[in-house]
Design a protein around this ligand. Structure first.
Ligand code: TXA
Ligand code: MG
Length: 320
């Protein structure tokens, strides 16, 4: 490590190189974009993404935006249709995020998209952001670089105040030009939906698409499970606070759980557990199991977000 953890450093070539090295090691690096500063981690690593949620102190796993350095890079992450191609040609690089269907072979962490079958992608219009992503050679998951509940940072000093040593390195690229988060458009269904307004306006989008955008609730607001796409919850019933598996049940363990079918973290580490959560729920949501029993997860730190997601997976669902 060339600089102490949490250092704010001017985004020189040497600093970008160090940031890229840190990202490849699964560490978090804050970087400027044209909208706000992002808290970046390797989008293909469940562990790096779990560290993002831990650093932000978010009580929930919201899906994150995956940042790329060129439009072609999204082709192996998501399925790109004609509408997406038109919007990318018109507004990328720029403050526009597109929600697209996840490819079956997508390398993006399931935790990054909070278990959804869609992934949000964006190519920022900022040399430091693109330089860092290109040097790391990775898609980079990045929410705004602030603790949960605080306002989004538009200067490197804001990031340092909010996150400090929770981030390995803070690249200083000066103040952000746009200052509000990117527009988010959902193209995963037949109707294009505006999920979050931003600098690329409804009128600009409708002009390029040649169709009206549907309205959706602000996507930063908590959304009910019914509003979310499939893969949000396992299709099998989920039972919490389990000590052992019942008839037909798989047991998802935590800590010392000798009878576990799979264990979120044998060592009882909540970051590791968050990293494994979605992949393990999926792995157990199949025959021969008819239900999933989950061991007790402590409520502190990332445990809050893990329990939030498990409670919603265990809640009664419409249609059984
Ligand atoms: O300008 C920005 O977009 C900044 C910079 C760093 O790029 N990033 C940002 O990330 O604002 P975040 O995590 O604060 O906001 C991500 C937004 C949320 O509203 C989230 O619900 C939505 O994108 N989102 C992400 N993935 C989604 C998905 N698969 N489906 C629906 N909404 C999604
Ligand atoms: Mg935010």
């Amino acid at each position: 490590m060339k600089w102490p953890r949490g250092s704010v450093v001017p985004a020189t070539a040497a600093a970008l190189e160090e940031g890229a090295r840190l990202l490849k090691e699964g560490e978090l690096v804050a970087f400027p974009t044209e909208t706000v500063y992002g808290l970046g981690g390797d989008a293909t690593s469940d562990l790096a993404v779990a560290r993002i949620f831990e650093a932000k102190g978010r009580p929930r796993f919201n899906p994150l935006i995956v940042h790329v350095a060129s439009p072609g890079e999204v082709e192996r992450l998501v399925t790109v249709d004609e509408r997406a191609r038109r919007l990318m040609a018109a507004f990328w690089p720029g403050p526009l995020t597109l929600v697209l269907p996840r490819r079956d072979d997508s390398p993006v962490s399931l935790l990054a998209s909070a278990g959804l079958d869609t992934v949000a992608v964006r190519m920022p219009n900022h040399d430091v952001a693109r330089g860092l992503i290109a040097a790391a050679g990775l898609p980079v998951a990045a929410p705004s670089a602030n603790r949960s509940g605080a306002v989004s940072p538009t200067r490197a000093a804001h990031v340092a105040e909010s996150l400090g040593a929770r981030v390995a390195l803070i690249l200083d690229g000066g103040p952000c030009g746009v200052g509000i988060e990117s527009t988010v458009v959902d193209l995963s269904g037949t109707e294009a939906l505006l999920l979050r307004p931003g600098a690329v306006t409804r009128g600009m989008l409708e002009g390029v698409l040649g169709e009206r955008l549907g309205a959706a609730a602000a996507s930063d607001a908590p959304r009910s499970p019914g509003q979310l796409a499939s893969h949000y919850a396992p299709s099998r019933p989920v039972r919490l606070e389990a000590r052992e598996a019942g008839e037909g049940e798989a047991l998802l363990g935590f800590g010392d759980t000798p009878a576990a079918t799979l264990n979120l973290s044998p060592a009882g580490d909540l970051v590791e557990a968050a990293a494994n959560l979605f992949a393990m729920l999926r792995a157990l949501d199949r025959p021969p199991f008819t239900a999933i029993a989950v061991a007790t997860i402590p409520g502190e730190g990332l445990g809050e977000a893990i329990n939030d997601r498990l409670r919603r997976a265990a809640a009664p669902r419409p249609g059984g």
